[in-house]
Design a protein around this ligand. Structure first.
Ligand SMILES: [Zn+2]
Length: 586
C-alpha cells in the first residue's frame, strides 16, 4: 500500500525501444551478486560507484550480449571482464522503472558466449547526479507540487534519500521497459525483478562526504535478520551494508543531519526541528512494545523509522526501515507505525505475506485495542481498494473457466491471472490482502490459538507454504485446509455473500427463532459474521460459507427480527451492495 498508492493509476506514457527487442533478451541475466563501493557527495548531488557484479544466464539460450541499466542521470564509465575493458554502447532506454522515466543502458558485448546457468563477473564503474526528478509523473499530467511528494528521491546537501528498483536505478538492473500506460506493467516489471533477485546478494560499501561540515547520519534498510547486523545502525562516514539475500527489500539509503534516538531494537531518526513529533514517537514506544511482545514475541532484529525533511513526503517502507514524516504530531499514527516496525523486529520472515501481512494485521489489532473493532475495520478498509480490482479480474477469469477449480490441479495464479498469497511479491497482496487473511484467521480461531501459532513461527522452519497452516491448525485444533486453499495457496478472487432466505417461526413455548440461509456467490469460502436486528437489540453470529455454497443456521431471538446484515467488513468481498436483507413482517 505504501509503495503503490494512487500513482499507479495516473500514468499514460509509452516507452519506445531503441535497440530492437528481437535482438536482445534484456531479462536473460540475473545479477546474482553485487559488490559495490558507492561514494556520495551531497554538496554536488553526486553518486559515484565502482565494483563487481556477477551475472548468471537464466535463459535457455547462450548469451553474448548483456543489457545493463542505471538511472538516466548516471553515466557508464567503464565495464571490464577479466581485467580487460569490453566493448559497450551506451544509450538511453525509456522505462518508467526510474524516476527520470529513462535508463542509461549499456549494451555490452562479452568476450565469449555465456551458456545457460553459467555466470560472468563484470567490473563496472558509473557516476552522475541524482536530483529530485518528477519527470515520469509530470509528463503525464500530475502537477509538480503533488508529484514531488511521492517522487522524493534525491541526493542533496540538506537531505538525501534514494530508493532502489522501481524508483531510482542507482545500482545496475536488467529489465524490460516498464510502462505505466499498460495497466500494471510497471508493477509487473518490478515484481518480476524482485522475484528474480530475492535469493541473490548485494554488498554495498556506502560512503558519504560531510554535510555542512558535519558528519551526517547514514542509514540503509538491510533485510531482517536475527543476527549479524552489528547491533544496529551507526553514524560512521562509511559503512558496509549486506543484503544476504535481498529478499523482498528495495535497497534504500537516507542521509541527513538526523537526531538519533536508539532504544533497542528501534532507531528513531528525526530531523532537527521535529522534536515534538519525535517525542510523540518516544512516548508511544512503551505501549507499542508491550502489545507487540505479547503477540509476536520479544524484538530481535534492529528496525528504524526515519524522518523526511519535507513533511509532505509520502511514507515508504522496505525491509527494516520505515520513512515517515515526524513533523506531524499524531500519536495514533506514531503508535501504528511503531507497532508495524516492532512486528518486523520480532518476526523476521522471507515470506512477504507473513512478514508484511502480520505487520499490517498488527496495526489493525492495535487500533482495535485503542478504538474498538469498528476503528480497526476502518483501518483494514483502507487496504481493500488496493486489491479489489485485481480480484475482480480473477473472478471474471474464473467465471470463464468454470470447472477448472474442481480439477484441483491448476489455480488461477498458475495461469497468469491473480496471485497466490503464499508466493506473491505483489505488495497489494502481501500487505493488503494478507492483513485481511490474518484478521479472518484470528476471528476464526481466536486470540489465544493464533498467538500460540505466531509465537511458534520460525523463519528458518518456513520451508513450504503449508507450514503456517499446520502451526495454526495444531494450535486451534481445527481443519483450515479449505480456507488456506482459497486464500493462501491459490487466488480465487473474493467471496460475495447474500442472504438467500430467512424463515422466522415460534416454538411451542413461544420462543422466537429465525432460520437463516446465507449464500456465497464467490469462489473463495470464508467464515462470515452476520447480525440480526430485532426488537430488544441485535445478535451477531458467525457462519462458515464455502465457495459457491450455502449454509443454514438457526438463531434464537428476544423479539421479532427486522433486518439481517451480512459481514461487518472483516471479510473482503467483491460486492457489498447485496449484504442487507429486510425481513418483511407477515
Ligand atoms: Zn512492513
Amino acid at each position: 500500500m505504501r509503495q503503490l498508492g494512487w500513482l499507479g493509476l495516473l500514468f499514460g506514457l509509452s516507452a519506445s525501444l531503441i535497440v530492437p527487442a528481437t535482438a536482445l533478451n534484456r531479462e536473460a541475466f540475473t545479477i546474482t551478486k553485487y559488490d559495490l563501493e558507492v561514494r556520495l557527495e551531497p554538496e554536488q548531488q553526486r553518486l559515484g560507484a565502482r565494483g563487481k557484479i556477477t551475472l548468471r544466464n537464466d535463459s535457455a539460450q547462450p548469451q553474448k550480449v548483456v543489457s545493463l541499466q542505471i538511472s538516466s542521470s548516471l553515466n557508464w564509465r567503464s565495464i571490464r571482464v577479466d581485467g580487460k575493458s569490453v566493448q559497450f554502447v551506451s544509450q538511453p532506454y525509456a522505462s518508467d522503472i526510474d524516476h527520470t522515466g529513462a535508463l542509461s543502458e549499456a549494451i555490452v558485448t562479452l568476450p565469449a558466449e555465456i551458456k545457460p546457468k553459467d555466470s560472468v563477473e563484470l567490473e563496472i564503474g558509473y557516476e552522475g547526479v541524482i536530483t529530485l526528478d518528477t519527470a515520469r509523473l509530470t509528463r503525464v499530467g500530475v502537477p509538480e507540487e503533488i508529484a514531488k511528494h511521492s517522487s522524493w528521491d534525491q541526493i542533496s546537501p540538506s537531505f538525501t534519500a534514494v530508493r532502489g528498483t522501481g524508483y531510482v536505478a542507482w545500482y545496475p538492473i536488467t529489465t524490460e521497459s516498464a510502462d505505466f500506460s499498460e495497466g500494471n506493467s510497471l508493477f509487473e516489471v518490478v515484481d518480476r525483478w524482485k522475484a528474480r533477485e530475492a535469493k541473490e546478494e548485494m554488498k554495498v560499501d556506502l560512503c558519504t562526504g560531510l554535510v555542512d561540515s558535519t558528519m551526517p547520519f547514514m542509514i540503509m534498510n538491510e533485510p531482517p535478520r536475527k543476527e549479524g547486523n552489528g547491533g544496529g545502525y551507526d553514524n560512521h562516514i562509511c559503512r558496509l551494508y549486506r543484503f544476504e539475500p535481498l529478499g523482498t527489500v528495495t535497497p534504500t539509503f537516507a542521509i541527513a543531519s538526523y537526531v538519533s534516538t536508539f532504544r533497542a531494537p528501534l532507531s528513531l531518526l528525526s530531523m532537527p526541528g521535529h522534536e515534538a513529533g519525535s517525542n510523540i514517537y518516544s512516548r508511544a514506544l512503551d505501549p507499542a512494545s508491550k502489545f507487540v511482545s505479547e503477540w509476536f514475541g520479544p524484538p530481535s532484529a534492529p528496525v528504524a523509522i526515519a524522518d523526511f525533511a519535507d513533511p509532505s513526503s509520502a511514507p515508504f517502507e522496505s525491509g527494516t526501515l520505515l520513512m515517515a514524516s515526524m513533523a506531524a504530531e499524531d500519536s495514533k499514527l506514531a503508535g501504528i507505525n511503531l507497532v508495524h516496525e516492532l512486528v518486523h523486529s520480532a518476526l523476521p520472515s522471507s515470506r512477504p505475506w507473513v512478514y508484511e501481512g502480520l505487520a499490517h494485521f498488527a496495526e489493525a489489532m492495535y487500533r482495535q485495542q485503542q478504538g474498538g473493532r469498528e476503528a480497526a475495520l476502518d483501518l483494514l478498509g483502507l487496504h481493500r481498494a488496493a486489491f479489489l480490482d485485481s480480484e475482480k479480474e480473477v473472478s471474471a477469469a474464473l467465471q470463464k473457466n468454470v470447472g477448472q477449480k474442481n480439477t484441483g490441479q491448476k489455480s488461477v495464479g498458475e495461469n497468469g491471472v491473480g496471485q497466490p498469497l503464499a508466493t506473491t511479491f505483489d505488495e497489494t497482496y502481501s500487505r493488503s490482502k494478507a492483513a485481511y487473511v490474518w484478521w479472518m484467521l484470528r476471528d476464526m480461531v481466536g486470540d489465544d490459538a493464533l498467538k500460540q501459532a505466531i509465537r511458534k513461527y520460525r523463519a528458518e522452519d518456513d520451508k513450504d507454504p503449508g507450514y503456517v497452516e499446520r502451526l495454526i491448525e495444531s494450535a486451534a485444533k481445527r481443519d483450515l485446509s479449505w480456507f488456506f486453499d482459497d486464500w493462501v495457496y491459490h487466488d480465487r478472487g473474493l467471496p460475495d455473500f447474500r442472504v438467500q432466505s430467512v424463515h422466522p417461526w415460534k416454538t411451542d413455548r413461544g420462543v422466537q427463532i429465525i432460520t437463516v440461509t446465507l449464500e456465497n456467490l464467490g469462489n473463495a469460502g470464508a467464515e462470515v459474521p452476520f447480525t440480526i436486528m430485532c426488537e430488544g437489540g441485535e445478535i451477531t453470529k458467525r457462519i462458515e460459507v464455502r465457495a459457491k455454497g450455502t449454509a443454514t443456521t438457526r438463531v434464537e431471538l428476544p423479539g421479532t427480527a427486522s433486518e439481517i446484515v451480512v459481514n461487518d467488513g472483516s471479510v473482503p468481498e467483491s460486492d457489498l451492495t447485496n449484504n442487507v436483507f429486510k425481513i418483511s413482517t407477515p
